[in-house]
Design a protein. Structure first.
Length: 152
């Protein structure tokens, strides 16, 4: 399941919805990304995420399909917010469910690494002076995603 939304989500409700009346699931892993109040030594007072509707959902579905192809998942949920947020707000939720924990852990890590590098979202951070800057791609995110690229 993919959702791109402005509204805040409830982590517990989303996990319950994914697992309700399911007795075939052996492991559930969730990851929640939050807005921090700092980035690279600068304080952050707000975050704005932009995206292109339609294109974003298409790309998230591709990322989800790749995770389902690589690991034995019984279900998967990706919720990504857009719009204006403040420190402490949830930005993204990834939930993976599988018969065994390792597939759930690996798929969740893969999804987050690829969401950070392949999902078409643009982030702009604001600081206490009112300055706003677009967030640049980080080498550490690219390195993390590279571990999932097959070696040729």
């Amino acid at each position: 399941m993919i959702r791109v939304q402005r509204d805040i989500f409830n982590i517990g409700d989303e996990i319950n919805a994914l697992t309700e009346a399911r007795t075939d699931i052996g492991a559930v892993v969730s990851f929640t990304g939050l807005v921090r109040d700092f980035n690279e030594g600068t304080s952050v007072t707000g975050l704005t995420l932009e995206h292109y509707p339609g294109m974003t959902e298409r790309e998230l579905k591709k990322i989800e399909a790749e995770a389902c192809r690589r690991w034995n998942l019984q279900d998967c949920c990706i919720i990504h917010r857009y719009g204006d947020m403040v420190p402490g707000d949830p930005i993204v939720l990834v939930i993976t469910a599988s018969p065994h924990r390792q597939d759930a852990f690996d798929a969740a890590s893969f999804l987050m690494d690829w969401l950070k590098t392949k999902a078409p979202f643009w982030k702009q951070e604001s600081d206490e002076t009112g300055q706003s800057d677009w967030v640049k791609e980080r080498q550490s995110d690219l390195d993390a995603a590279r571990r999932w690229t097959p070696k040729t």
